[in-house]
Every structure is written in structure tokens, then in C-alpha cells.
Design a protein around this ligand. Structure first.
Ligand code: ATP
Ligand code: MG
Length: 423
């Protein structure tokens, strides 16, 4: 016999027991974003490979070893998006969204990275991403972080830690870079192979290494703070003061970096210690240089992305039953005539009970088997139609959860009766 085909390693089905929690997260985040005036944008999942090489940078984990890249039938090199910012900037430039206007945009969907799968790290994962354009001041940075704090409150998550840093300007980073390279060179024996390669191409990125053997050496690395100019410092101060007044706690972490030259000033992450090494739930920052790098007129930009798998995992841990859904009414239908009557009665119930879940048994089977399904559906009431009820124009209403007596109800009176009982 042929072997059953299985899903690709690191790519997961979200099963019906879990989708309600996913939908809760997606809906809640979308509501918070809407409350700040964000508009959804939907981009293709495939983009030309060049877009990611240029925007994420050749010397990064993503571009060097994580992308799903292939030639299509025309011989064009395409890549399954590993993140959403590049495609969003591409779309905004191409569709003229950046000309003389500000934008608050968001998107959601699957991202693809060929990483080593482990808890909280998958090869297909899902993000909700936010990008804003045309706002150079620290006001939007602060607003975005306040908004992420509101997202956690709305989801009922109260133990994430906010880390904040500034990367200064490109000029400020250049001076820092020299100091950093000097430090790394004096610890060259502690650098892993990746980091040694990056020493010349992208030394800031070394600070971002996940290699535990380098942890201590990285903790001792110099910080950018000493190289910050006045404007960068004021930018950070505005954000820090606004967050403090707004009651959002944060930690200034000078080692929080993005090793890309188009980043400017603000970077932040929300982290949890619930998910082992995969602790970052949300990461963002200001990337004023990206639009220009991709060939557009310079445009200020700030954004973040949050990882839905990690959020869902946190919520499952806080409240294992969270998001479970149950039917309200299950119709047990004995025989063909009852089945037809039951399907139509179920239609009337759905008219009368908006928002309620009404499940009519399909597929036949005996009374006992049907009641087992009714029980498993979580319904509070079973509505039974057999030969006797058909004849009498009634149904048997049987409570499945509460200790109430079963009653015979005229079919025409059932919607009103259930309306009362379910409230
Ligand atoms: P990490 O440091 O965990 O590798 P990253 O810096 O590569 O994350 P970003 O590109 O900033 O991640 O993506 C934003 C968010 O998307 C992360 O904070 C995380 O929540 C989520 N994420 C990133 N990669 C994965 C993955 N492979 N599986 C699940 N979630 C992911
Ligand atoms: Mg990563």
C-alpha cells in the first residue's frame, strides 16, 4: 500500500479545536488596529526574490539560509515571503500610497522560513504586521507601542516585557560599528563561524545571535548609547516619557538590534519567558531608509510584526480551555420524514436565534448514536423528532446539561421556547 502523504516538516494544520482561539486573537487584534485608524492591505504571498535580497539584505539569516526560493515556469526567481514588510513597501510604492500622504496599514497571513522547527519556530508561521509611512517624528513610534500594549490587554495577556532601544542614525551607527568591531576582534576566539563572517559585512547583527555560547561575550559588548546625537536622544526620550506617563513599563536594552542599515532609531520587542528560547512575540521599529533603498523617494516608516503561533501558545497556557465553542441546540432526527422536517425546523430556529449554533443531525443512525453526537457537540438542548412527534406535530425538548425535565413542545412553539430557555 502507498505510504500516506504527510504535511511538510515545520508546517502545521490548525485543527478545528484550535481555530476558535486563533479567530479570537485575529479578531481582537483587528479591532484594536481599527480603533487607531489602521487599514488592512493584502499582498501576494509570492514576490520576486530580488525584493527580499534588497530589503532584508544579503547578509542575514533569512536571505542566506531560510528562504523558500524557486524558479517558476518562466525561469523567474520567486520567493515565498519570509516576512511582510518588503511586500508591503513594494505595494505601497507601486500603488502610489506614499506620495504626499501618511498611511497606517496592517496585514496578516502566512510567512515561510526554512528554519529548524521547534516549539514556537515553524517553517510556515503566521504574522499580523503593521506598517506606517510618512511620519518621521517619535509620536507615531510611541503610538504604535501604546497600541501593542492595548493589544495584550485586549487579549488578556499581562506578563509580556517590553524592551526598547535606539539604533541612532546611520552616521551614529558608523562610529559605533568601529568600536564594536574592535571589541569583537579582541574576542575573536569566542565568535562562531557565522559571526566571524559578519564581522566585516554586518557586525551589528552579531549582537542578535541566538548562540548561547556567545551570550556572555555579547553581554559585555559596548553599547551604542555613547554615540547618540541630540536628535536621536530626544526621539527616544519622547517615546520613553510617553510610555511612562501612559503606564507602559519598559526596559531599555542597549543590546536590542536590527543589523540592517535602513533601520533608524527606534527598535522594540515584546518578550515572554513562557516559550523557552522563542521568547519574542512582537518585534518592530523604525526603518526610514527602506523605501529609498527599494528605489522610492525617502519616506519615514515604522512598523512591527507579531507572531500568531507564539501568541496562541501563550493564551493556551494561560487558559487551556480558552476559545472552545459549543453548539446550543442539536436536532436528533429519527427516519427520513423526521429528517426533512428537522432540517426545515432548524432553518426556523436559526432565523429566530441569531448567533446561536443549531446543528441538525445528518447521516442517519440510531437514537443512541445520535445522542452521543449531541452530547459531544456541547449543545445545551437536544430536540428529538421521531414518528410519534411527527404525527403529533410536536418535538421532544431534552436538556443535556441542566437538571431539567424533558418536555414535549408543539413544533410551532419551539423557537419561542428555546429563545427563553437559552437566554
Ligand atoms: P526570532 O528572533 O525568534 O528568530 P525574528 O527576529 O526572526 O525572530 P521577525 O522577523 O522580527 O522575527 O518576526 C516577527 C515575529 O514573528 C517574531 O517576533 C516571532 O513572534 C514571529 N516569528 C518569526 N519567525 C518565526 C518562526 N519561524 N515561527 C514562528 N514565529 C516566528
Ligand atoms: Mg529568526
Amino acid at each position: 500500500m502507498a505510504k500516506n502523504i504527510q504535511a511538510i516538516r515545520g508546517m502545521h494544520d490548525v485543527l478545528p479545536d484550535s481555530t476558535p482561539l486563533w479567530q479570537f486573537v485575529e479578531r481582537t487584534v483587528a479591532e484594536v488596529l481599527a480603533a487607531y485608524g489602521y487599514r488592512e492591505i493584502r499582498m501576494p504571498i509570492l514576490e520576486v526574490t530580488e525584493l527580499f535580497k534588497r530589503s532584508i539584505g544579503e547578509v542575514t539569516d533569512i536571505v542566506e539560509k531560510e528562504m523558500y526560493t524557486f524558479d517558476d515556469r518562466n525561469g523567474d526567481s520567486l520567493t515565498l515571503r519570509p516576512e511582510g514588510t518588503a511586500g508591503c513597501v513594494r505595494a505601497a510604492m507601486e500603488q502610489g500610497l506614499l506620495h504626499n500622504q501618511t498611511q497606517r496599514l496592517w496585514y496578516q497571513g502566512p510567512m515561510f522560513r526554512h528554519e529548524r522547527p521547534q516549539k514556537g519556530r515553524y517553517r510556515q508561521f503566521h504574522q499580523i504586521g503593521v506598517e506606517t509611512f510618512g511620519m518621521p517624528g517619535p509620536d507615531i513610534d510611541a503610538e504604535i507601542i501604546l497600541m501593542t500594549a492595548r493589544i495584550w490587554r485586549a487579549l488578556g495577556i499581562d506578563d509580556l516585557e517590553l524592551q526598547l532601544n535606539t539604533l541612532g542614525t546611520a552616521e551614529e551607527r558608523a562610529a559605533y560599528r568601529n568600536e564594536l568591531v574592535g571589541y569583537f576582534e579582541s574576542h575573536i576566539d569566542l565568535l562562531d563561524d557565522d559571526s566571524r563572517r559578519r564581522l566585516t559585512s554586518n557586525p551589528l547583527r552579531i549582537l542578535d545571535s541566538k548562540n548561547p555560547a556567545m551570550r556572555e561575550m555579547l553581554d559585555g559588548a559596548p553599547a551604542l548609547t555613547a554615540h547618540l546625537g541630540d536628535a536621536s536622544r530626544r526621539h527616544l526620550d519622547f517615546i520613553a516619557e510617553t510610555l511612562t506617563e501612559g503606564g507602559v513599563d519598559f526596559i531599555l536594552n542597549p543590546r536590542l538590534v536590527r543589523g540592517l542599515d535602513y533601520y533608524a532609531r527606534t527598535v522594540f520587542e515584546w518578550v515572554t519567558d513562557r516559550l523557552g528560547a522563542q521568547g519574542t512575540v512582537c518585534a518592530g521599529g523604525r526603518y526610514d531608509g527602506l523605501v529609498e533603498l527599494l528605489g522610492g523617494k525617502p519616506a519615514a516608516a515604522v512598523g512591527f510584526a507579531l507572531g500568531l503561533e507564539r501568541l496562541v501558545a501563550i493564551l493556551e497556557e494561560i487558559d487551556p480551555g480558552a476559545g472552545t465553542v459549543a453548539a446550543d441546540v442539536y436536532l436528533v432526527l429519527m427516519g427520513e420524514a423526521a429528517s426533512r422536517a428537522g432540517l426545515l425546523l432548524a432553518e426556523q430556529l436559526r432565523d429566530a436565534l441569531p448567533g446561536r449554533e443549531v446543528v441538525a443531525h445528518c447521516g442517519g443512525g440510531g437514537m443512541k448514536a445520535q445522542f452521543k453526537r449531541a452530547d459531544r457537540s456541547g449543545a445545551r438542548y437536544a430536540v428529538v423528532i421521531g414518528d410519534a412527534e411527527l404525527e403529533a406535530g410536536t418535538v421532544m425538548l431534552k436538556p443535556l446539561r441542566a437538571d431539567e425535565a424533558q418536555t414535549e413542545v408543539p413544533r410551532a412553539a419551539l423557537p419561542a421556547t428555546l429563545q427563553q430557555r437559552l437566554d
